[in-house]
Design a protein around this ligand. Structure first.
Ligand SMILES: [Zn+2]
Ligand SMILES: [Zn+2]
Length: 538
């Protein structure tokens, strides 16, 4: 049984699964772990017949506190204002900065098969008055809130501090205001130039009825208010929020003591580390979610997040490594095991569930999906680099029968992924480079029988009936010459790879040669045979 199924077995009755995110900028691939976990929990609950609603919130009334994605002239004006009130910085027509960045991750979720029943926008909930009861409670119980902060997080707020930020009526900033009094109808606030380091308040002060979107609760209270508003029963969160005295502890205590409701079940999850670095939100190169998504198809990306239990960190270093091919291999291994075939290596606990939850379609036929023919990613990455090769025909030859519609779609997806991988993350050794400028030094390792084979192949290619045309003809010529020379096919192919690629392996050699200029092929066959014969060291 998988961890998500264990969780589903533990709860009863209708469930509300929730998460939310501040749309502050680029989404890095590690940020997708939470949403994938959310989706798997939802699927497990539904499979266990618990009626379940999946919610995803956009915390778009949060103040702008990172200037990286603002145009230079906008920094002074926009820092500290609610994300929902900042104009889109890109000329692509979104209603706000928040809408632009939220759309990027909403699109990414959809591509991963994650479809919340509802997205909610905090700016809209505040404006509609939905948060008003919680604002009133928080202000009425300000002393209790201060006590919770003191006890749970060792944070001492002054006695006049109230848990609310007003949107300054003069400058529109939210991150710079502080409330010092609440009379039951209005709050009294100041917009301070020096309250925070990342934004400068205008110095205005005044009083306002803090309802209907004119003010916002601090994050810990807003989080707890979301739980009450939506009756949330399960909400996973990242390990950084789940530390002792951290954000989750504070919100749990506020839920119980201020809003008088038991907080949802937590499923804390670890980070995804890119090349040993913690990759959570705003830093890093080559780890933007939309870039990874261009290379790794959704089912393999889901597997990346699902294969370890939530409490285990994920090490993922796609740059210049075989991490992405290994992800495909693991997917194929779990598929094979689910289909009842013998596989090498240990299998994770509940591997069938891990495979099932990696699939995009929750209603798919598991046995049929597991049994599909999937060409090895590394093999495709080689084939993609050889001109003129009929990849589908090769793959069908490997399978031994034609691909069905679903398998053909898998092949297309993997071919696109292989090309994208070769163009981005692939290590040099995976790039097939024909050594055009001279015989590779590695070819000096050829022995006399391999040299004789190369020379005989050059002779065959220049004799009757002429140079082979096409991969099949070259492949046939290679086999015929190898048989004549009494050389095992494997050693014949190795000789060709060494002569052209400087390595002992490669794609189907006939297709490699067919993709090259015939005169060059013949010349290189002879040069390699001679170079090896001289035994020159380098
Ligand atoms: Zn936009
Ligand atoms: Zn102001």
């Amino acid at each position: 049984m998988d961890w998500a199924d264990e969780l589903a077995a533990r709860v009863s009755g209708p469930q509300v699964v929730n998460d939310s995110k501040t749309p502050s900028g680029t989404v890095h691939v590690g940020s997708l772990r939470g949403p994938v976990i959310l989706d798997v929990i939802t699927r497990a609950l539904r499979a266990a017949d618990r009626p379940t609603t999946l919610l995803y919130g956009v915390d778009d009334l949060d103040p702008m506190d990172a200037q990286a994605l603002l145009t230079p002239d906008a920094v002074e004006r926009e820092m500290g204002r609610p994300l929902a009130h900042i104009p889109d910085q890109e000329p692509d027509g979104h209603a706000s900065y928040a809408r632009h960045h939220a759309q990027v991750f909403i699109d990414t979720f959809a591509g991963l098969g994650i479809r919340p029943d509802r997205y909610y926008w905090m700016s809209e909930l505040y404006a509609a008055g939905e948060m008003d009861p919680y604002i009133r409670l928080a202000l009425d119980r300000a002393e209790r809130v201060r006590e919770v902060y003191r006890r749970v997080a060792n944070v001492r707020h002054p006695d006049a501090w109230h848990p609310l930020s007003v949107i300054c009526e003069s400058c529109g900033r939210l991150g710079t205001t502080i409330v010092s009094r609440w009379d039951g109808e209005r709050v009294y606030y100041e917009c301070r130039p020096d309250l925070v380091t990342w934004a400068r308040g205008c110095g205005n002060s005044g009083s306002v009825a803090p309802f209907g979107g004119r003010a916002k609760l601090p994050w810990n209270l807003e989080w707890a208010a979301q739980w009450s508003l939506f009756a949330v029963t399960i909400e996973p969160c990242g390990k950084d929020l789940a530390t002792a005295g951290g954000s989750r502890d504070r919100s749990d205590a506020i839920a119980r003591e201020v809003f008088e409701r038991e907080p949802p079940i937590n499923v804390p999850y670890e980070f995804l580390n890119i090349g040993g670095r913690k990759m959570s939100t705003s830093k890093g190169r080559g780890a933007a979610a939309h870039r990874i998504v261009e290379v790794v198809p959704p089912e393999q990306l889901r597997l990346l997040f699902l294969r370890p239990r939530p409490g285990s960190a994920i090490e993922f270093d796609p740059d210049g490594t075989d991490a992405i091919p290994r992800l495909f291999d693991e997917f194929d291994r779990l598929a094979a095991a689910t289909a009842g075939r013998d596989v090498k290596g240990e299998l994770p606990a509940g591997y069938e569930a891990v495979f099932a939850y990696s699939l995009l379609d929750p209603a798919g036929d598991l046995a049929a999906e597991a049994a599909r023919f999937r060409p090895a990613f590394s093999h495709l990455a080689l084939l993609e680099q050889v001109a003129g090769v009929d990849v589908r025909a090769q793959v069908e030859a490997e399978k031994g029968s034609p691909l069905d519609v679903a398998e053909a779609a898998i092949l297309d997806e993997r071919r696109r992924a292989a090309r994208a991988w070769l163009a981005t993350y692939a290590p040099e050794r995976s790039r097939l480079a024909v050594r055009q400028d001279g015989v590779p030094p590695e070819a000096h390792a050829l022995d006399s029988s391999q040299r004789a084979f190369l020379r005989a192949l050059a002779d065959a290619a220049t004799g009757r009936p002429g140079t082979p045309v096409g991969g099949d003809a070259w492949q046939a010529a290679i086999f015929a010459v190898a048989v004549d020379a009494d050389l095992p096919a494997g050693r014949a192919f190795a000789a060709l790879y060494l002569a052209f690629l400087g390595r002992p392996n490669g794609p189907r050699a006939g297709w490699l040669l067919a993709g090259l200029e015939p005169a060059f092929v013949v010349r290189r066959l002879r040069e390699a045979a001679d170079a090896a014969a001289t035994g020159a060291g380098a």
